[in-house]
Design a protein around this ligand. Structure first.
Ligand SMILES: [Zn+2]
Ligand SMILES: [Zn+2]
Ligand SMILES: [Zn+2]
Length: 371
């Protein structure tokens, strides 16, 4: 089945109540924009428009090229006044235009702004719903209380929870694939890399769906669930796994047969497994204490007090601290899986916090007393 059909089917079949308040990528509309494009009409890409999965991309390219040559040939016949050189020049220009079209006024205006808006709406919808779902289950009071709650909540509640997470995962996966496909189509139609560049830009704009820290939280939620004695085995739960044994701790998620992501759980500051992890809004994960020291704030003051000018130590983006996400599910996972390491880090963090608080009050006191 072609992706377009699959996506329509998804939108049609999905629990209406679930999708009711959620935006989605307007795949069909965007495809229409591309279909109406002057460039693509000229090279008659329309005909093989939907052949997404052509095993040999060169095959279509050659096909299109021959058509283009034929079209140019016909034009040239009618234009007998042109010299052979001028014809050759025109031919060359048109062919190069065919090979690459970095900017297409007709498409770009409707296409990229629309896609960016839709992607950011989907990202917003996804994060707020995951936040709501997980908030119910990571109550303060530690892992024991959390596990107790899991064990004692009604089986129905657990199923509702798991089902909601599953819907959210489908939602983000389908929309992420739709974005990939439509950008690939854009590049195919225009023979450009503009679509590919846009994907990179999306990452910088923090609307790349599969890079959302909420996805890592959702993954950690399922790994926590599987690790408990009430964890339900089954196909769906095998999509998530977490390997903390190697030098590079990672969480893996399988979104589809071809899309599998690995999320590094190493803090780029201390180069160890993250502890009390926070995701900055650029998506990079750090230990809370490491993020605080990078932003030059004290641990007890928290990341919210960081300056807007403070940069992410990895990507150097600014303004990424105020909306940092506290990764509670991931923290529970690490607490569960690496008990000794986790306890040691907790001890260190507390000692550091105490030291900082002491120094802070010493400083305040001497500033107040004037010596
Ligand atoms: Zn175009
Ligand atoms: Zn760290
Ligand atoms: Zn960053």
């Amino acid at each position: 089945m072609k992706f377009g059909e699959m996506f329509s089917k998804y939108l049609h079949d999905e629990d209406e109540a679930f999708l009711h308040n959620c935006s989605h990528v307007e795949y069909k509309k965007l495809k229409k924009v591309l279909r109406g494009c002057r460039v693509c009409r000229a090279v008659k890409v329309d005909e093989d428009f939907d052949a997404d999965l052509d095993p040999d991309p060169d095959h279509q390219r050659t096909g299109g090229l021959i058509k283009k040559r034929e079209a140019i040939g016909k034009e040239n016949e009618s234009d007998s006044l042109l010299s052979a050189e001028a014809i050759a020049e025109k031919d060359r220009q048109e062919l190069s235009e065919f090979w690459s079209c970095d900017q297409c006024a007709l498409c770009d205006e409707k296409f990229f702004s629309e896609l960016a808006r839709e992607a950011s709406e989907v990202a917003g919808c996804f994060s707020s719903r995951v936040r709501r779902l997980l908030h119910l289950h990571v109550a303060p009071g530690g892992i024991q209380r959390y596990m107790w709650k899991l064990r004692h909540c009604f089986t129905d509640d657990q199923q509702v929870m798991v089902q909601e997470g599953r819907l959210l995962l489908d939602y983000v996966t389908m929309n992420a694939i739709a974005i990939r496909k439509i950008l690939k189509k854009y590049d195919k139609v225009h023979r450009s890399v503009t679509g590919r560049n846009f994907k990179t830009e999306m990452h910088a704009k923090r609307i790349e769906l599969l890079q959302s820290p909420w996805l890592i939280e959702l993954g950690a939620f399922y790994v926590n669930f599987t690790g408990s004695d009430i964890g339900e085995p089954g196909e769906f739960f095998r999509k998530f796994s977490c390997d903390l044994s190697g030098a590079q701790p990672v969480m893996s998620m399988t979104f589809s047969d071809s899309i599998k992501y690995e999320y590094s759980l190493t803090c780029a500051v201390c180069l160890d497994t993250v502890f009390n992890p926070y995701a900055l809004s650029c998506g990079h994960l750090f230990c809370k204490s490491c993020a605080c020291s990078s932003a030059s704030v004290l641990i007890f003051q928290g990341l919210k007090t960081a300056s807007k000018k403070a940069k992410c130590p990895v990507c150097r983006s600014v303004g990424v601290y105020c909306d940092a996400v506290c990764m509670q599910e991931l923290d529970l996972l690490l607490k569960n899986r690496c008990k000794d390491y986790w306890r040691e880090r907790l001890r260190e963090e507390r000692a550091e916090m105490l030291k900082q608080a002491k120094e802070y009050w010493e400083y305040e006191r001497s500033a107040f007393l004037g010596f």
